[in-house]
Structure formats: structure tokens, C-alpha cells
Write a protein of this length. Structure first.
Length: 372
């Protein structure tokens, strides 16, 4: 429990308060980090799913042969192409397709192995020795595996976020009852209300909305990334300065859109909203609470990157990486819980602002159900 002071109107928790609340949730429920740890252990010690190097080499060589016959490839560039083929074959053989469990941005389980570094994605060795590999040969099997792994990653993320959202959604600010300072507020966790317990149908409804949001994000990335890449390459060929400027603009636009939809997942999982209302609410929160929202998202991003950078100092074939996996799970879960707390605080104030004048916001000094 921690304390904040206020006047007659309850102000939402600040950035530091939300972060403290998030990590306090993890300290009280250490089992919340179990799923991220299990996912990382499987990606680290389990079998790999990789491309068949012979199939990759044959596919690239066939394409190069057709391009050379059509005159699209300069014969003098054959040596460079051969080097590129060798590199791509090596990477494709080492790349672990199971890391696609963490492909969709904003909608994944915190994973050190699957998200932080490409170095870990292509690592073959582990403390147990070389890991066994399953090789994919052909477009059909590749599409089948992706159709299995991607939805599985999103479903695991939904289960994980739902487990974190429960305790985060029960945090309330109530008056402490301190007679010397009646305005003092404390943040406590209320008891679960049996009448508000979600049934299977409600969970499935939220899962469907979550899957739709993940599909929307993935399709948008798959469409926008190649278009932006071609545009940058074309512009770069005409002017290096214009190419750099366009690349910076595209990166800035991507971060801006990510900021606008940063609270869609909490709105679906915790708020129970449909996809379109959830997007609208996230954009509204960022617009109305622009300064705290920007700084909070920035703080979460920096803290996670710094922490995961520290964890990745260990080599993939060292047992020291196990400590990094556990640390990354704790930090990632704490920041995830803090995000739910931040969303709930801002959504509650937004609801109070939009409440009719003849229906004043509900007082929060009702602390009978609260427990420390």
C-alpha cells in the first residue's frame, strides 16, 4: 500500500504511482510471471522450427537465374549475389520460427528470447547443447506453421493480460480515515465481487475482439512496411537526404500510431469494450491526457529496453541467461500491470468528465470493501 494526497477531487495516479502499483501487484502475486518464464524457456531450451536450407538456397537460386535470364541482374553482381545467398541460407537455417509467438507488437507475452534480440532468435546452442531442429520445406508447410504459431501467441497474450488485469482492475483510491488529514488517500485492492465475475461467454467475446485487434495490427504492419521500404529505397536512390528524411518520417508516424493505440488492449481486456470503441477510447485518453500518456508510454518503453538490455549480456549457451529470463519476466509483468493501472485511472476520470451534470461522480470514500 502507498499513499497520495489530494483535495476534494480524486486525481488519477501519476506515472510513478502507476509504476509502483504495477510492481506491487507483481510482488504480491509472483506467479503472474510464470507464463513469460515458460515461453522464454521453451524458446531457449526447446526445439527450433527453421527453414530447410536446401529449399531456401534452391528458391533463391531459381529466382536469380530467372532474373539473370531476363537481364534484370548484372552478371558482374553474381559474386555479391552468391554471398547474399550464403548469408540468407545460414540465417534461415538458424532462425527459430517459434519466436513468431511474439511477432505482433503490443500484443504479446514479455519475452527476452523472442522479442528483444535477433541474436537470440538465431542462436542454435543452449546450456544443454545443440537444440534439435524441425525444418520447414515449402510455402504450404510454412503458411500452416504460421497459421498455428501466430494465433497461439495472441491467445497466450490474452491469457497473460487477463491474469494481470484482474488485480490491477481492483485497485481503488479511498480515504484513509486519518482524522488529522481527512484528504489523505490510500491505494488499496478491493475484494473480488462474485457478481462481477466474468463467465466463459464474456471471456470468449473479449478474446475475439483481442484477436481482431491483433489481426488488424498485423495486416497494417505487413502492408505498410513493404510500401514504406520501397518508398525509402526509391527516394534514397534519387537523394540520400530525402531517403533519410522519409525513413525518419515513417518511423515517427509508426511511433505516433503506436501511441494512439497503446491502451486498446487494456480497454478490451479490462474495460470489456468492442474493438472500435476500444480504439476510440484509447485515442481519447491519449488526446485528453496527452502529457501523462506520452511520458508514461515513454517511461515504460525506456525501462523495458534498459532492463532487457541488461539481461541480454549473458550468452545463450550460459545458464546465467536464466536469471535474465526471470528478471525480464518480472520487469515486463510489472510494467504491464502498471499500464492497466494507468488505463483504469484515466478511463475512470474520463468517465467522470463525460457524466451528466445531474449525476455526480461516485464518491470513492467507500472503503468498507477495501483491504490493504
Amino acid at each position: 500500500m502507498f499513499i497520495r494526497r489530494s483535495g476534494d477531487t480524486i486525481r488519477p495516479l501519476g506515472i510513478v504511482g502507476c509504476l509502483r502499483a504495477g510492481f506491487e501487484i507483481v510482488s504480491r502475486r509472483p506467479w503472474l510471471v510464470l507464463l513469460p518464464v515458460v515461453v522464454d524457456l521453451l524458446l531457449w531450451l526447446g526445439p527450433r522450427l527453421s527453414f530447410d536450407p536446401a529449399w531456401v538456397a534452391a528458391s533463391i537460386n531459381d529466382y536469380v537465374a530467372l532474373a539473370t535470364a531476363a537481364g534484370a541482374v548484372d552478371p558482374q553482381s553474381v559474386t555479391q549475389i552468391e554471398q547474399m545467398v550464403t548469408f540468407l541460407v545460414d540465417v534461415s537455417e538458424r532462425f527459430n520460427l517459434f519466436s513468431l509467438l511474439n511477432l505482433v507488437p503490443l500484443l504479446n507475452v514479455p519475452s527476452l528470447i523472442g522479442h528483444r534480440s535477433g541474436y537470440y532468435r538465431i542462436a542454435v546452442a543452449s546450456p544443454l547443447g545443440a537444440r534439435p531442429a524441425l525444418f520447414v520445406e515449402g510455402i504450404g508447410p510454412l503458411a500452416g506453421w504460421m497459421a498455428l504459431v501466430l494465433p497461439l501467441g495472441v491467445i497466450l497474450a490474452f491469457v497473460y493480460l487477463t491474469s494481470v488485469a484482474g488485480p490491477a482492475g481492483r485497485l481503488r483510491q479511498v480515504k484513509s480515515g486519518d482524522r488529522s488529514n481527512p484528504s489523505k488517500l490510500v491505494v488499496v485492492e478491493t475484494r473480488p465481487d462474485p457478481e462481477q465475475k466474468l463467465g466463459l461467454q464474456e471471456h470468449l467475446s473479449r478474446l475475439i475482439q483481442f484477436l481482431l485487434f491483433a489481426a488488424l495490427v498485423l495486416v497494417a504492419v505487413l502492408i505498410a512496411a513493404p510500401i514504406m521500404g520501397v518508398a525509402v529505397a526509391t527516394t534514397w536512390s534519387m537523394s540520400e537526404l530525402l531517403g533519410i528524411s522519409l525513413a525518419m518520417f515513417g518511423t515517427g508516424l509508426a511511433y505516433y500510431i503506436a501511441l494512439q493505440i497503446a491502451f486498446v488492449a487494456p480497454s478490451i481486456v479490462l474495460g470489456g469494450r468492442k474493438l472500435i470503441p476500444a480504439i476510440r477510447e484509447s485515442v481519447t485518453i491519449v488526446y485528453v491526457e496527452s502529457r501523462p500518456a506520452i511520458w508514461f508510454v515513454f517511461a515504460v518503453f525506456i525501462l523495458y529496453q534498459l532492463a532487457s538490455g541488461l539481461w541480454t549480456l549473458a550468452e545463450p549457451d550460459s545458464w546465467a541467461l536464466a536469471a535474465g529470463i526471470i528478471g525480464n519476466a518480472c520487469v515486463g509483468t510489472g510494467l504491464t500491470a502498471a499500464t492497466f493501472v494507468f488505463y483504469q485511472e484515466r478511463a475512470a476520470r474520463l468517465k467522470r468528465r463525460l457524466a451528466p451534470a445531474d449525476q455526480p461522480p461516485r464518491s470513492s470514500d467507500d472503503g468498507e470493501e477495501a483491504k490493504e
